[in-house]
Structures are given as structure tokens and as C-alpha cells.
Design a binder for this molecule. Structure first.
Ligand code: ZN
Length: 644
């Protein structure tokens, strides 16, 4: 009996073991594809799923029908312990953007059993349909721009060509404002209130032209046509082209003869996923009220999923045919930059940080109370933080980031080698504007984007920072009125009239002298020839580029005959504009890249280029933009489907 029981028991256990083992052997239960439709040239993610976790690596074989042009792996392995594995199916690139019809593709997977799933390769849309979508997206863009209030900065250099065809800037103009297109294009200017401004403003463009031309004219160039209508234009396919990582359809756009509404004439680049215009290059046609207009190249960046917003506009006018007055002097280059789109987030970030700081302070009861000296220091730091917060909130100061840390490293080199003892610690920040300036707010050194752009090397950066560090070391204080928050409750266009960090000539001279000492003790002491050269180049161009060297908030690098840190010029070689291996100053936009959505700054990673002629040195000059376009990380559920 006992034996029988044992046999039965072992049989049962045997069955149980078999049952358990058969349950452990997985089979393929599904294959899924995402997205389920794509424009040819894009890829689809596939996922295989087993009935149960793989007890060992399981290879699921794959195939596609029709197989022509489709790329997928022969198999995908579900690793031991996993339930699913993913693979990528790539569809063939379409030769042209237009024509064709939808095609269905089935993907098969096999392990124990065969499962399948299908996706659709969308027909490249018909030309007519594409134009409809471009026009619809652009009209949506125009509506979006009315809600956006980025800062807009335009810097213009008027040029003169001599008999040897050397083109040199002879004067410049500068505008900074906040874009407001709610009542059509226009902008509110940030300006220092100084006499003769209106005269300055319109020079050298005389008469009625100038009024159309600035600053509304530059703001206008963010829009292709405020009332973009398909029936007003001819659209002609040119080619497909990549701008950075983004594949674009290039179209020529011209107003129709008998449609007076057509405004723009030129070329547009349309990204081929959602059909947003990402670049347009041309001018406003003679049909428009802008009868004589400049030529411009307007670029948009992908700042939010599916949203492309204006970031850079390069414009120039050099048409020799328009040589009759008042257009004789119409020969210039200009850069317009837009930034500070994400106003809400830039501000919220700031408030959040403040809350955190408060909490930390509340909890530190172990620390003893602040005595009068410490209280005074804290009061000054509060004034400093308030001023910085305000400048960041209105979009003039970049949030703290990597570039600050690079500046910080140079400052630390100066502090350590000079054995300076500074409390609280020195910080560095970047002002987002072009004019060349640096200043201190308490123990924070602020350097403008434009100045960082044109400095040729690290020793010349050390020169700028040494001057500012000297103000701190010499205890040139911040005005503590900024410790009261209500000092900043004024409209942001008043900023340049209410906030100033200008030093007296005596303090400036003292800071220069101290900076020479700091540099003499620093690792930069034998490398300051380029810093002196930079000052010489600045002095040489200063009479023509008055607006570039006029600071918003601090002291000018050059005032009349005096230039900051002039003692360094003595150790510098002669300035030789014709020598291509002598780089005294770089063009604007040479170093710093601004994220126009978040205002974060980073160093540009431009490919090094050997200069071929002295014309390519372009010290302090404006150049065209060629941003490297990329899409925000591709949405998983195809935006393409939504667009269809
Ligand atoms: Zn100074």
C-alpha cells in the first residue's frame, strides 16, 4: 500500500512538474508597432511580448511583407527574465516629397506561434495638400506669436566699401525691446532716457523710409505675412534639403500678379513632419506697403513639441541699383535675436529657489544668531540677490549654468594666486545682450554675451574678470536700496533707467590698478599680449561702433580717450588688420549660444575654420546665422498621425 501511495504521489508530482514546465515555456502572444503610420523615411518601434517571462534568452524571428525597402532585424532576443523586447523598423526614404499613395506593411514574428501587426507608410502628400498645410500652420503660427512676448534685440552695422573693396563698419545702431504683436507688429523699446535719442534713433536713414524700417520693421520679420493666404501666392517646389538634423522641403514663394495682398517674395524651408516653416529668406515685395525693403533670412527653432518660434534674423541691404538718394547709404548688416519666450517658467524657477533657501534658513537653528557684521553682509547679499533675480525675471540675465562655472574657474585662478579672502564667495553670471560690458552687483560679476563672444582667448577673459574682481576686493559696495523688494515693482521697460551699476571714475581707476596687480600674480601674467591687442582693436573700432560699446547697466569699456586697463596695451604688439594669424577680436555670435526658450546659455561647438583672407577676421562684426536645427526629442506617438 505504502508503495502504491508513493508511486501515485510521485506520479502526481511528475505531472505537476510537467504542468509547471509546460507553463514555463513561453510563446509569442503579440507583436505591436508604434506609431501605426509614418511618412516614408521614418522608423517605427516594434515590440514582441511573450506569454510568460523568458526562462532563458529567446530569439523571436522577424519578417516584413512587402519586404522591399523595409529594414528590420532578422530576429529580436527576449533576454532571460524579460517579457518583452523591442526592435526598429525603418521605412524607405521617399525620393520626392510629393505624389504617391499610402502603402501597408505587415511585420511577422515567430516563436512557437506566428503573430503579426501592420502599419501604414503614408503617401507623401500631394503638392497642393502640402501647401494647404503650410498655409494653415503659418496662420496658426501668426496667432501663436500674438501670445508671445520675447525680448527682441537688433544690432545694425552700417558699412562702407572703399576703393580696395575693404568693407568696414562706419556706424551702428541698437534696439532692445519686448515683442508685442497683439496690435500687429510693434515692440516696446528698452532705452536709456537720453537727449537726442529720436535723432539718433532714425539716423542715418532719412525720411519716410526710416519710420517703416525701425524698429517695427525688424519685428515684422518674424512673420512671413501677417495675413498669409494661399490664393495670393505662387508656390514652386525647389528641392529637399537638410537644415541641421531636420529634413525640409524647399519652396519658392512669389505673390500672384493680380493679388495685391501678397507680401513676401523669396524662399521658404518647411520641415516635412508637421509642415512648419522653419526658415524664410527673401524680402517684402513691391506689392506691399514696404516698397523698399531690406532682405532678410529668418530662422525658427523647435522650442516646444510641434512649435517652431523665431530665434534669429540676419538682414542686409547691399543692392547697388538703389543708389539714388535717400538710399545711397543703404548698405548694412544686422542681427536680430529673440529670447525669453518661456516667461512663466523663468519666473517660477526663481520663486521655487527662493522658497527652498528660506526653508533651509529656518531649519538651521543650531547656528548662532547673526551679529551686526554678519547682518550687514546678509543685507548686502540680499540686495545683490534681489537685483539678480529681477534681471533674470525680465529675461536680461541667463539662469545660472555651465558658462558661469567657466567664468568662475578663471576668477578662482585669480583669487587663489593672489590669496584673496572674500566673503561671501564671488559668483559669475551672463547678461544676455550684445553690447560689450561687464559690471559687479555686490559679489556677483556679470559679463555680457556680446563681450564673451568677441574676447579672443582666456587671458583676455581674465583681464575683464580681474577688473571686476578688483571692485569686489576693493570693497566697492552695492547700493543696498535693492534689499527692499519694492524697488523692483516697476514695468520692465523702465529697467535701464532705474537699475544702474555705474562706478565713479575714481573707482574705475582704482579697479584698473588693482587688476594689473592681480594679473601680475596670476597664471595669465605672461599671456596678456592678446588682451592688450583686444583693447587696441576695441579702441580702433570704438568711434564707429558707439552703440556696441555703450553699456546697458555698467561702465563703458571705453570713454572718450580712455580705455579700461589701458596699461596692458604697452605689452601688446602692433595691431595688424591684414595679418590673418593675428586675431585681436572675434565676430559677434562667435562663442555663446542662447536657448531662446529657457534663456540658458552654453558654449557653441563650432567647427574650427582656417581663415583664408583678412576679410574673414570680422572683429566685432555681425555675420549671417546658420543655427543647427534639431527637433525636440521625437514624440513617441507620431505627431505625423495627428497632422494627417
Ligand atoms: Zn569697473
Amino acid at each position: 500500500m505504502r508503495v502504491v501511495k508513493a508511486v501515485i504521489l510521485s506520479l502526481i508530482m511528475c505531472f505537476a512538474a510537467v504542468a509547471a514546465r509546460s507553463a514555463e515555456i513561453p510563446a509569442l502572444v503579440s507583436i505591436s508597432l508604434n506609431p501605426q503610420s509614418v511618412v516614408a523615411g521614418n522608423s517605427v518601434q516594434g515590440t514582441v511580448m511573450l506569454s510568460t517571462e523568458a526562462p532563458f534568452d529567446i530569439k523571436v524571428s522577424l519578417a516584413a511583407d512587402p519586404a522591399q525597402g523595409i529594414k528590420l532585424p532578422a530576429s529580436v532576443t527576449v533576454p532571460a527574465g524579460a517579457l518583452t523586447a523591442s526592435f526598429v523598423v525603418t521605412t524607405p526614404v521617399s525620393k520626392a516629397a510629393v505624389g504617391g499613395s499610402d502603402a501597408s506593411v505587415t511585420v511577422y514574428g515567430n516563436y512557437q506561434v506566428t503573430r503579426k501587426a501592420s502599419f501604414k507608410i503614408l503617401a507623401p502628400v500631394s503638392f497642393d495638400e502640402m501647401v494647404d498645410r503650410v498655409v494653415a500652420r503659418e496662420r496658426a503660427f501668426n496667432a501663436t506669436m500674438k501670445r508671445m512676448h520675447p525680448l527682441v534685440e537688433t544690432y545694425i552695422q552700417n558699412l562702407h566699401e572703399d576703393k580696395e573693396h575693404n568693407v568696414m563698419p562706419v556706424s551702428d545702431q541698437y534696439f532692445l525691446g519686448r515683442l508685442d504683436m497683439t496690435k500687429g507688429p510693434g515692440d516696446e523699446l528698452f532705452e536709456k532716457d537720453h537727449p537726442g535719442f529720436a535723432h539718433h534713433f532714425f539716423n542715418p536713414f532719412s525720411g519716410v523710409f526710416s519710420r517703416r524700417f525701425m524698429p517695427q520693421g525688424f519685428a515684422q520679420m518674424v512673420m512671413l505675412d501677417a495675413n498669409f493666404q494661399k490664393q495670393n501666392y505662387y508656390f514652386n517646389f525647389v528641392r529637399q534639403e537638410f537644415l541641421g538634423d531636420v529634413r525640409c522641403i524647399v519652396l519658392d514663394v512669389q505673390p500672384r500678379e493680380h493679388a495685391p495682398g501678397g507680401l513676401f517674395t523669396g524662399r521658404i524651408w518647411v520641415e516635412d513632419r508637421d509642415f512648419n516653416i522653419v526658415r524664410f529668406n527673401g524680402t517684402y515685395s513691391s506689392h506691399s506697403r514696404y516698397r523698399y525693403y531690406l532682405h532678410f533670412d529668418s530662422w525658427r527653432l523647435n522650442m516646444q513639441p510641434g512649435v517652431w518660434l523665431p530665434a534669429y534674423i540676419y538682414s542686409e541691404e547691399s543692392d547697388a541699383r538703389r543708389s539714388t538718394p535717400p538710399f545711397r547709404s543703404l548698405y548694412f548688416k544686422a542681427q536680430t535675436r529673440l529670447w525669453g519666450y518661456d516667461v512663466e517658467h523663468i519666473r517660477h524657477n526663481q520663486e521655487f529657489t527662493q522658497v527652498e533657501v528660506d526653508q533651509v534658513k529656518d531649519q538651521s537653528e543650531a547656528a548662532s544668531e547673526a551679529g551686526p557684521v554678519e547682518a550687514e553682509r546678509m543685507w548686502e547679499r540680499l540686495a545683490e540677490d534681489n537685483a539678480l533675480d529681477h534681471l533674470q525675471n525680465i529675461g536680461l540675465l541667463a539662469p545660472s549654468g555651465d558658462v558661469d562655472r567657466i567664468l568662475q574657474t578663471v576668477v578662482n585662478n585669480l583669487i587663489i594666486t593672489n590669496k584673496l579672502d572674500i566673503v561671501p564667495e564671488v559668483r559669475c553670471r551672463v547678461l544676455l545682450t550684445s553690447p560689450l560690458e561687464s559690471f559687479t552687483i555686490g559679489h556677483t560679476i556679470v559679463v555680457s554675451r556680446g563681450l564673451l563672444d568677441v574676447l579672443p582667448d582666456e587671458p583676455s577673459l581674465a583681464m575683464v574678470l580681474a577688473h571686476e574682481l578688483s571692485h569686489i576686493a576693493l570693497d566697492h559696495r552695492i547700493n543696498t536700496k535693492f534689499a527692499f523688494n519694492d524697488r523692483f515693482f516697476f514695468p520692465d521697460q523702465d529697467t535701464f533707467q532705474r537699475v544702474e551699476f555705474v562706478r565713479s571714475p575714481e573707482d574705475e581707476a582704482a579697479a584698473d590698478a588693482k587688476a594689473m596687480q592681480l594679473l601680475a600674480n596670476s597664471p595669465y601674467k605672461n599671456k596678456l599680449a592678446t588682451a592688450g591687442l583686444f583693447l587696441k582693436a576695441l579702441q580702433a573700432r570704438a568711434p564707429e561702433l558707439r552703440n556696441l560699446i555703450t553699456p546697458h547697466l555698467g561702465n563703458s569699456l571705453e570713454t572718450g580717450k580712455a580705455i579700461r586697463m589701458f596699461a596692458l596695451e604697452n605689452s601688446a604688439p602692433q595691431l595688424e588688420p591684414q595679418r590673418i594669424d593675428q586675431i585681436a577680436a572675434l565676430p559677434l555670435g562667435a562663442r555663446i549660444k542662447v536657448d531662446p526658450w529657457s534663456n540658458q546659455v552654453e558654449l557653441m561647438h563650432a567647427r574650427p575654420v582656417a581663415l583664408l583672407s583678412p576679410h574673414e577676421k570680422m572683429p566685432f562684426e555681425v555675420t549671417p546665422f546658420f543655427p543647427d536645427l534639431t527637433r525636440l526629442s521625437s514624440p513617441v506617438q507620431g505627431e505625423t498621425v495627428a497632422a494627417k
